[in-house]
Design a protein around this ligand. Structure first.
Ligand code: C5P
Length: 297
């Protein structure tokens, strides 16, 4: 017997970052939108906790206990006095270390899959609390759709989305470390008192009405200068996508994946072609949003 869970990637349509807190995290107003790039995580009974990964970028995925999927199995098992004896297989399609919450997605998916396999019937609230323990972005991977994350991003308010949005994601060569990008944010903003992060009313309105040009005008990522400082070549990728007709471009989360909002699916395809032809990225993926959160298949 095995259980498979499908889980989406995310883009942050607004990432407002406050000052570093005493615990090292930053207070955020983080507007998450789930997009239709998915990992599938399958768990099956085994004699001990093991993990494998398939997909073009599988070689970059850690297969030890630092993988959020195995940490999810361990945390859930510990809460119920069980031994986490499962084999976890990740079929990886979300860019690795790309700022699209691929690792967080696998954590949320493994948690839901193990809960189902072991017949625990945890409540949504119980699962969300384990997700928050695993990482700031993990609760959103469980929930999907669109949500505002406050605190360090883990406290979610679900948001209404009134239409479909079309995106291109340009995958860069190599990843960027999230702590390194936040560290660069601190360095660039040293001595500047950051205002308390708040969600933009115009952005929330654009999501609610499903209006792509309005959303394009409101996209904002406070981590973008830090990601560009660590990876200056991303500026060329952003420029290529906007010249090719994207409504707007931004770095996805902590990067280095860049996101391009387009007016429709056809435009997304032509922006993706232009990005690939420019050789300013390794891969260009077309996707739409919102996408459902972690789902048992
Ligand atoms: O919560 P998560 O494990 O995903 O965070 C990874 C790292 O990103 C943290 O160790 C921290 O350096 C940084 N981070 C932050 N503020 C947040 C979320 C993450 O500084 N709100």
């Amino acid at each position: 017997m095995s259980v498979t869970v499908r889980v989406p990637a995310k883009v942050n349509v607004q990432l407002a970052v406050g000052s570093a807190r005493p615990d090292g995290f930053h207070d955020l107003a983080n507007v998450f939108l789930a997009v239709s790039l998915y990992d599938e995580v399958t768990v099956s009974p085994a004699s001990s906790l093991t993990i494998t990964c398939s997909g073009p970028d599988a070689g970059q995925v850690p297969l030890d206990r630092t993988n959020l999927a195995s940490r999810a199995a361990e945390l859930l098992a510990a809460r119920h006095g069980l031994s986490p004896d499962v084999h976890i297989h990740i079929a990886k399609d979300i860019p690795v270390a790309g700022g699209m919450a691929g690792g967080s997605a696998d954590g949320a998916a493994a948690l839901l899959a193990c809960d189902t396999l072991w017949g625990l019937g945890s409540t949504r609230a119980e699962l969300l609390s384990i997700c928050a323990e695993l990482g700031s972005d993990v609760p959103f991977s469980l929930v999907g759709g669109a949500a505002l994350g406050t605190g360090r991003g883990e406290r979610l308010t679900e948001l209404e989305v009134g239409g479909e949005f079309h995106w291109v994601f340009a995958v860069a060569d190599g990843g960027l470390s999230t702590p390194a990008v936040y560290g660069e944010f601190d360095r660039l903003n040293e001595g500047v008192a950051a205002p308390a992060p708040t969600a933009s009313p115009a952005l929330l309105d654009a999501l609610r009405t499903g209006d792509a040009p309005s959303l394009a005008g409101a996209l904002a990522n406070d981590l973008q200068p830090a990601a560009l400082s660590l990876r200056p070549s991303l500026a060329d990728t952003l420029q290529t996508g906007t010249s090719a007709g994207a409504l707007a471009a931004l770095v996805s989360g902590s990067g280095p994946t860049t996101a391009f909002l387009t007016k429709d699916e056809e435009s997304a395809r032509s922006v993706a072609e232009a990005l690939l032809a420019s050789r300013t990225c390794r891969e260009a993926r077309v996707a739409s949003s919102p996408a459902a959160g972690a789902t048992v298949l």
